[in-house]
Design a binder for this molecule. Structure first.
Ligand SMILES: *Cc1c(COP(=O)(O)O)cnc(C)c1O
Length: 352
């Protein structure tokens, strides 16, 4: 399998042993003699996979009583619409910290009023707005914990007077969070949890059933809860592969260890960016993300030479998003510190 240093922003790196276990499941699933790709999702072996995945997420994140865990299709992007369908009655409060947050606003506007309580669009989303207030008469407050494209991260969450809903697609499982502060958390798995194709929704049941509109079945959280996340065929293989990753997270020390590793990786790279005169960071220092590190070459005429240097070092996936330019190194859970060392080494020895 790949020996490259994989800094892909998503779909992104998975632990080698999760990949191996996923391959084994394709060959022979749970000793059934059949592939996980060719058995019923309602068979006892796969139902056990779903239950173990739910239980492992609850354990890793410390999910309190009263929450359900769903595995849905449609990506995090479908959640932008589902949130509004299920919770927007008079108005939704949104923190606009990037393109993904803006997409959430756009979808919500299809169904009702949106109050953008804070935005960093004025500076191409290079900071997290502070000092905003969340109107107590909003139905909910929606935020994005980590802005994958720009490399900003909410270092803390507000004490919201209304139900807080968070898109944690790109930093879930990388740091400890107090789940009880949130009515709902969702994450497309492909950044930090598993392969593309499944979205994890962690939802407190008592926030449901409060809107007057008719909700189409597939968009209705209650329908998915009532059917134990099997209203329709769930994304069977992405769930299975995600479980292999969750088992790895648990084995190596859980979210606490992921947090320690994330800090070590990010510190190593930011230290180099800040001390190397050839490079500069792109966002406010206090809002820097530990997951996605964006940086630029001060002299853009060196780009081609730098690109050749990191490619020669076996580094993959650090080209910045087209809306930011420069470079973006995504340091997700499964990325070994040695990969960051390899990148830092290229930066340190470049053009000297
Ligand atoms: C990638 C990403 C999305 C979009 O996810 P899809 O699963 O492709 O719909 C949404 N929010 C954040 C924060 C992301 O990083």
């Amino acid at each position: 399998m790949s020996k490259l240093h994989n800094f892909s922003a998503g779909p992104s790196i998975l632990p080698q042993e999760a990949l191996e276990a996923s391959i084994e499941g394709i060959r022979n699933f749970a000793g059934t003699g059949l592939s996980v790709l060719e058995v019923s999702h309602r068979g006892k072996e796969f139902v056990a996979v779903v239950e173990e995945t739910q239980a492992t997420i609850k354990e890793l994140l410390g999910v309190p009583e009263g929450y359900e865990i769903l595995f849905l299709g449609g990506g995090a992007s479908l959640q932008f619409l589902m949130v509004a369908y299920n919770f927007l009655e008079s108005k939704g409060a949104y923190l606009k910290t990037g393109v993904w947050a803006a997409n959430a606003v756009k979808e919500a506007k299809l169904l009702g009023a949106v109050d953008v309580v804070g935005s960093s669009e004025d500076k191409n989303y290079t900071y997290i707005p502070k000092g905003y207030s969340i109107p107590a008469d909003s139905d909910y407050f929606h935020c994005t914990s980590n802005n994958t494209i720009y490399g900003t991260q909410m270092q803390s969450f507000p004490d919201s007077p209304v139900t807080m809903i968070c898109d944690m697609s790109s930093d879930i499982l990388s740091r400890k969070i107090d789940v009880s502060k949130f009515g709902m958390i969702y994450a497309g798995a492909q950044k930090n949890m598993g392969p593309a194709g499944v979205t994890v929704v962690i939802i407190r049941k008592d926030i449901l059933g409060k809107v007057s509109r008719q909700i189409p079945s597939m968009l209705n959280y209650q329908v998915h809860i009532d059917k134990e996340t099997m209203f329709n065929t769930p994304p069977v293989f992405p769930i299975f592969a995600m479980l292999q990753n969750l088992k790895w997270v648990k084995k190596v020390g859980g979210v606490e260890e992921m947090q320690r590793r994330a800090k070590a990786r990010a510190e190593m790279l930011y230290t180099e960016i800040d001390s190397n005169p050839l490079f500069k960071g792109t966002v406010e220092v206090e809002d820097r993300s530990q997951m996605n590190v964006c940086f630029l070459l001060n002299d853009t005429s060196l780009e081609e030479k730098f690109n050749n240097a990191w490619k020669a070092a076996g580094i993959s996936g650090i080209k910045g998003h087209r809306s930011v330019g420069g470079y973006r190194a995504s340091l997700y859970n499964a990325l070994p510190l040695e990969s960051v060392e390899a990148l830092v080494n290229v930066m340190r020895t470049f053009n000297v």
